[in-house]
Design a protein around this ligand. Sequence first.
Ligand code: B12
Ligand code: SF4
Length: 527
Amino acid sequence: MIYLINPSHVSFGIGVITPRWLYVLASATPRELGEPQLVDETLETFDASVITPGDIVGIGIHTGNALRGYEIGRAARAAGAHVVFGGIHATLYPDEALDLGGGHAVVTGDGEQVWPIVLSDCASNTLRTRYDGGRLENTSFLPGRWELMPEGRYMWASVQTVRGCPKHCSFCSVWRTDGQKPRQRTVESVVEEIVDLRRRGFRFIALADDNFYPVTLEDLRMASRRQDPRELDRLRGIRAERFELMAALAQLPADTVFFTQITMEAAEDPEFLDAMRKAHIKGALVGVEAVTPEGLKDVYKGFNETGDALVARLRQFRAHGVHVLGSFIFGLPSDRAETFAATLSVAERADLTFAQFVMLTPFPGTLDFATWEKGLGAEPPSIDGVPVSRHWLIPQAQRPKVYIEHPAMSPDEIRRRTQGVWDRFYSLPTTWARSRGAVSSIKSRLAFLLISKIYRQMYANTGIATDSARVNRSVRWARLMAIPCRRLFAGRQMPNLPMPSLGNGAASEGVLVGVGGSAAAGSASLH
Ligand code: B12
Ligand code: SF4
């Protein structure tokens, strides 16, 4: 048996976004080896006693779930399985997965092409300890095998349209692991996958991209100023493909909802925002990060605006019909006590639909991590014998919430103030008031309240609270709320949905709007 396991130390019974790697690696698994068992621990905890000798267990880890992944890996190895690790954390720390996770092998980089080789080496007992999947060309990306998805367990499916990001933010590892050259999947393959999902009844789809807007108007202006025709052509080509994709997505049924991640620069590109709205990209996570120039300098994100200009820029998204989940970071060196209120004020004035307030965490592979690790010196402080520079190996309950020493605030002050901002942004009266601008009918406003609450419970309380009773309460609450949420996100199957016509960005709009009945009869629409 082949198991693919997505580890998690908390299980909510329902998942917000489908972990895409499970379904992509399932596609890369040769059919003659049988159906892989896909296990997502954000739904339910995995029981390792089902593993039998000779099984193959593939575990995908990012930094936050690496420790749980290692626990599963050791149990699987003890049960006689071949244990293989992959994912961003295994790419950054391949030896760790072998030493601490019971791994027989580690795959670094993209998994699509190398996974079948690993499986064949397992069968012939020639498994090596290291495989490098590299950075694949855009034409080698695989769609997910969505027929293996359990019914009614996820709110959003996920489809990737581009890997890599040209920026270089100091807290982010994407540009270093996925590269700064955007690798866009072909329009046809993305659209085929999305149509497959819609036919199966999924109408909420997260575009699991690092940055959906890889070429900005400023990039084009700069290439033009430099009189660099080749670069200008390359950038224009990338941009044209984005428009081509959006023109195809615009032909999908009207109740389709996409969500993506994008930089704030898109706000100065009304043509792009309008194309997004027409393409049913109704929401985007925008990395605002900081509201002061000093804060932006701290994270190498000088291309963002601050103050009132920032509020005006963010408002552009809603003005063009794109809802924003604003993402802010607390704990930057230039932050002071008053930064929390200033951030909340921006978040409230900027027509944001949702917001998240994360505490600066030095993720490996980032510039922040390198500086922080160096600053800790040869003997970094440790917790239970684990150096804090390997914070992901500290058991969850003892893991500090703030790592980077702050010049003006204690870790607890940063944590408490961050929690306070979440509490105020998501207080019942504020959320209800916000719902008026975001959606129209009372039913949709109630749905908005529910979703805001569940989002807050899953992401803030389980990640920021130090009080374990609060964390447990949040998990129980989220599990309970998951039941009505499932209904809200369910769509109707549309087995006969045709493929949109592909062509250039001028493809006719609305051809398929409403095919098979629009606006999801029987399911509440968010927007
Ligand atoms: C979409 C996304 C999200 C979504 C959805 C997450 C989900 N449930 O899928 C949301 C918005 C919810 C999210 C949240 C967070 N995310 Co996120 N997310 C992404 C993003 C942009 C794409 C992930 C994706 O689906 N990729 C597509 C799949 C196919 O690629 P893949 O996962 O890399 O898998 C490939 C290979 O790695 C390999 N592989 C993976 N697993 C395995 C296993 C085996 C056995 C093998 C052989 C190969 C293999 O093969 C796959 C195919 O090539 C990535 C960036 C990125 N480029 O990966 C960040 C990223 C993974 N996220 C990141 C972070 C930090 C977070 C948050 C902690 C943010 C926060 N502060 O709240 C939370 C954590 C939530 C959680 N508990 O999981 C970081 C992780 C850094 C790290 N070192 O771990 C990344 C890399 C982005 C970054 N800024 O650096 N995220
Ligand atoms: S944070 Fe976003 S914009 Fe910055 S490098 Fe990462 S993916 Fe790109």
